[in-house]
Design a protein around this ligand. Structure first.
Ligand code: THU
Length: 136
């Protein structure tokens, strides 16, 4: 599993806080920002984008994945290595269940997820995840 030093984590957390400023959260008033390091060196970010039809709200992770795919190279959109997310409360925000699945697609079991007390692999948050390997 790749390791990241504390400086790199702080850079990711800072990028997540900056993305949080760009959130569109007029209904929950719960702005969220996310940032991830990609295996090609990019840092991609995302913010939650709410909707008057509350159920179709996009989490910050969704717009981060849009960033990943849209700004990646055609042949290799990039693989997520490390991920940090912040909400309005102090400390790390752990991705919701749906977003754990979305992140699994692009980072796999080894994606490091920031968590108070130390990063954990995504496999800790989503054990035995279903992914592209399960499909023929
Ligand atoms: N939210 C995220 O952006 N990511 C998560 O992983 C959890 C929840 C957002 C969705 C909604 O706009 C707000 O937080 C309150 O649920």
């Amino acid at each position: 599993m790749p390791e990241l030093d504390e400086k790199a984590w702080d850079q990711l957390r800072q990028a997540a806080r900056a993305a949080r400023e760009l959130a569109y959260a007029p209904y929950s008033h719960h702005p969220v920002g996310a940032a991830a390091l990609v295996d090609d060196g990019r840092i991609v970010t995302g913010s939650n984008v709410e909707n008057a039809s509350i159920g179709v709200t996009l989490c910050a992770e969704c717009s981060l994945l849009g960033d990943l795919v849209r700004t990646g190279a055609p042949g290799h959109r990039g693989r997520l290595i490390a991920f940090a997310c912040v909400g309005p409360n102090p400390g790390a925000l752990l991705p919701c269940g749906r977003c754990r699945q979305l992140l699994f697609e692009h980072g796999g079991a080894d994606l490091l997820v920031d968590r108070d007390g130390g990063p954990v692999p995504l496999s800790f948050l989503l054990p035995d995840g279903f992914g592209p390997d399960q499909l023929p």
